[in-house]
Write a protein that binds this ligand. Sequence first.
Ligand SMILES: [Zn+2]
Length: 347
Amino acid sequence: MKFVKVLERLSNACGVAGREDEVRALMKDLLTPNVDAVQEDRLGNVIGVRRGRNDAPKVMIAAHMDEIGLMVKNVTAEGFVQFTKIGGIDDRILIAQKVILHTEKRPLTGVIGSKPPHILKDAEKKKVIEAEALFIDVGASSKKEAEAMGIRVGDPVSFDITFTQLGDDVVVGKAFDDRVGCAVLASVMERLGDVDCTVYAVGTIQEEVGLRGATTAAFGLSPDVGIALDATVAGGVPGVKEVETSIKMRRGPAITVADRGLITHPRVLRLLIDAAEKGGIPHQLEAGLPGSTDAARIALTREGVPSGVISIPTRYIHSPVSMLSLDDAENAAKLAVAAIENVSQSF
Ligand SMILES: [Zn+2]
C-alpha cells in the first residue's frame, strides 16, 4: 500500500489513549507481512519481531498508537456531555469542534457548543473558556435520552476530522502525533532488507498520558538500542519564534539531541547522524523541546538502553488539523532503515 494511504487509514482511525483497539488492529495488519511474528503484550502494545542473521544486537523501534482526545466525565440533567481532556490539549482549540463519542453501542456525533457572538459580552470575548466549562451537545434532551443513546462515563471522544491531501507533498489530519510514526514504522519494516540485528517493531499504548506502554514493552523486550519514531513541533509559521523551535516542515526528519526526558546517548546520536549524512538524507537536529517521547522510558529500562528519537516535523501538533510533509516522513523511514542497517557495527 502507498505510504499516503497507510497514513490516511491510521489518521482516520480512532485511538484515544487507553482505547487504542482500532489502531492496534491496523498495526497488526500492517506489520504482519514484514515480520516473523506479531504479538500483543498484556497491556496492549503490539510487537512485531524480525529476527536478524545472528540475533544481536536487539533494536526496539517504537511508535505510539494512542492520540490525544477527550473522555466523558458527566452527563447533565439536560443531556449535555461534560468531559475531561486526555493528553495535552489547548482549551482554545476545543470550541466548535465536531467530535465522535465512542460508546459501547456505536459511535455518536456531537459538537462542542459555545455562546454565539450576538449575546457575548465584551469581557467574555477576551476570555479563554476552560475545558471544564465546555460541553458536548449530542442532540439529547435529557440525561435519560443521552444514556439511552449509549453514552456512559468514561467513553472516549475523538475529533471528527477526515484526512486530506493538499497538493503533492502536504497532508492535513488528526492524530499525526503519532500516526505518522506508526506509518513510518510500517514503512521501515517493509523497506528493511536482511540485517544482522533483531528488530522489534513496537506500537505502544498510552504515550500521551505518560509514556506508559513503552515502559512495559521495553522491560519485556530488554533491547540493546532504542529508537522512538514520533511527531515533533514544527515552527516556521507566524507567531512561533526561532528560539522556541528551529525545526521546520519540509527540512527533513528531526534527530533529537536532547528533550525534557532524554539526552540522546552519544553512540545513538552518532549512528543516526552518520546514517543521515552517508545516505544524503536531509535532517535537522533538535534540542531543548519541553516534551518527551517513548525513548525517554526505553532509555531507563533495566540497566539502561542507549536510545534516540527520529521525529517528523508537524505543524499544529495536538490539534485536529495537524499538517506534515510526506517527504519528511519518507526521509524519516529512510533514516531509520539506514540506522538499523548500521547498528551491529556500533553496538
Ligand atoms: Zn507523540
